[in-house]
Design a binder for this molecule. Structure first.
Ligand SMILES: Cc1ncc(COP(=O)(O)O)c(C=O)c1O
Length: 323
C-alpha cells in the first residue's frame, strides 16, 4: 500500500498520496479532509456521475450543479461566481471525459471567496492542463481506479493526493478509523479503507505503462475525428491548454435516439449527465438529449472502428430530414 502511495505521489510530483476504497470514497475523504461539513454547499459541473454527487450527499453537504460548455462539456467556470452562496465551502472540479476544467479561472474564484478546490480526476488520470498533470492544481485531488480506466487493474480502488501536510494527516486518520497507525485507539469517526498489497503492486506496474495506452487511445480519437469530419455530428473539442486522455469519446447529435437505433449492433452508450432537465441549465439540458459516447478502448481494432464510422455516417445521412 505504502509503495503504491509513494509511487502515485511521485508520478504526480506531490508529497502525499493516501489510497482509498474507490473514487467515490476518495471524493468523500477529500471533501471531509478539506473541512466540508453537513449543510455546506459544494459546487460542481453537470458532466459528472451519480457517484460524485452521492459522495457530496453522504457527508450531508449539498451539491450545487453548474452548467457546462457545449463543445468541450467542461464546467462553465465563468458561471461559478454567480452560483456561490454564504454556505459554499468547496469547488469540486470534475475533469470530465478526460480533460481538465479551466483551473486558473477556478482558482481565481476560490481565492476571491476563500474556498477550497477538490479536483475530481476519476476520468482524467494523466491528462495535462498547460503542462501540469490533472490533480496537481487544486488543494487535493481524488482518483478512481478500476479495470475500465486507464489506471486500473483488478478491482475498484481510489486515491487522494495533496501537497498539504495537514490535509494528508486528516486523510490518513479518516481512512483508518481515526487512527494514524494500525492498532491505536479510535479517536475520530473514520473508515476502514486500506489498499491491499497485491493490488498496490499491480497498480505500480501500470503507472509506468501508461504512456503507450494513452497514445493508443489518442490514436483512436484521431481516427474518429478524421473519419467523421464533414458530418454534422458534434465531436469533442479539446479546451485550450489541455492534453485530452479521451476517457470517454462523447459526441452529440440532435437526432441521437434515431442514430442509436440505427447503430444497435455497435457498443455505443449514452453519457450520464446528472440532474439535467429539471434545473435551469440550458447547455446541460441539451446535452442530456444529444450526448452519446463512442468506444475508445486502446485495444479497439481498426477495422471495427472503421465499420462503426461508416455505419454512423450512414445513419446520419439516412436520418436527415428529407432522406
Ligand atoms: C467523474 C467521476 N467521479 C467519481 C466517480 C466515482 O469513482 P468510483 O466508481 O471509483 O467510485 C466516477 C466513476 O465513474 C466518475 O466518473
Amino acid at each position: 500500500m505504502r509503495a503504491f502511495e509513494r509511487a502515485f505521489a511521485d508520478y504526480h510530483d506531490v508529497p502525499h498520496c493516501v489510497s482509498a476504497g474507490s473514487g467515490t470514497e476518495a471524493i468523500l475523504l477529500g471533501l471531509r479532509a478539506l473541512g466540508v461539513r453537513a449543510g455546506d454547499e459544494v459546487l460542481t459541473g453537470a458532466t459528472t456521475t451519480a457517484q460524485a454527487i452521492t459522495a457530496i450527499e453522504a457527508i450531508g453537504a449539498v451539491p450545487v450543479i453548474v452548467d457546462v460548455h457545449p463543445g468541450d462539456y467542461l464546467m462553465a467556470v465563468e458561471q461559478v461566481a454567480g452560483a456561490l452562496t454564504p454556505r459554499t465551502r468547496c469547488l469540486l472540479a470534475v475533469h470530465a471525459y478526460g480533460q481538465c476544467v479551466d483551473m486558473a479561472a477556478l482558482r481565481d474564484v476560490a481565492t476571491a471567496h476563500g474556498l477550497t478546490i477538490l479536483e475530481d480526476c476519476a476520468q482524467a488520470w494523466s491528462a495535462r492542463h498547460h503542462g501540469r498533470l490533472a490533480g496537481t492544481m487544486g488543494d487535493a485531488a481524488a482518483f478512481s481506479v478500476y479495470p475500465g480506466r486507464l489506471l486500473g487493474r483488478y478491482g475498484d480502488r481510489g486515491a487522494v493526493i495533496t501537497a498539504s501536510d495537514e490535509v494528508r494527516d486528516r486523510l490518513v486518520r479518516l481512512r483508518y478509523h481515526g487512527n494514524r497507525e494500525r492498532y491505536q485507539a479510535i479517536r475520530t469517526p473514520g473508515y476502514q479503507r486500506l489498499l491491499d498489497e497485491e493490488e498496490g503492486a499491480a497498480l505500480r506496474r501500470r503507472l509506468s505503462g501508461a504512456g503507450s495506452l494513452l497514445a493508443a487511445r489518442r490514436a483512436v480519437a484521431e481516427r474518429y475525428a478524421e473519419g467523421l469530419a464533414g458530418t454534422d455530428l458534434g465531436l469533442p473539442a479539446t479546451a485550450p491548454g489541455n492534453e485530452h486522455t479521451f476517457h470517454v469519446y462523447a459526441v452529440r447529435h440532435p437526432r441521437r435516439e434515431r442514430l442509436l437505433k440505427a447503430l444497435e449492433a455497435f457498443p455505443v452508450s449514452r453519457v450520464d449527465v446528472f440532474g439535467a432537465r429539471d434545473r435551469d441549465l440550458p447547455v446541460t439540458g441539451k446535452l442530456a438529449e444529444e450526448l452519446f459516447a463512442l468506444p475508445v478502448s486502446a485495444s479497439l481494432p481498426d477495422d471495427a472502428q472503421g465499420r462503426l464510422i461508416a455505419a454512423l455516417r450512414d445513419a446520419i445521412d439516412s436520418t436527415a430530414d428529407g432522406a
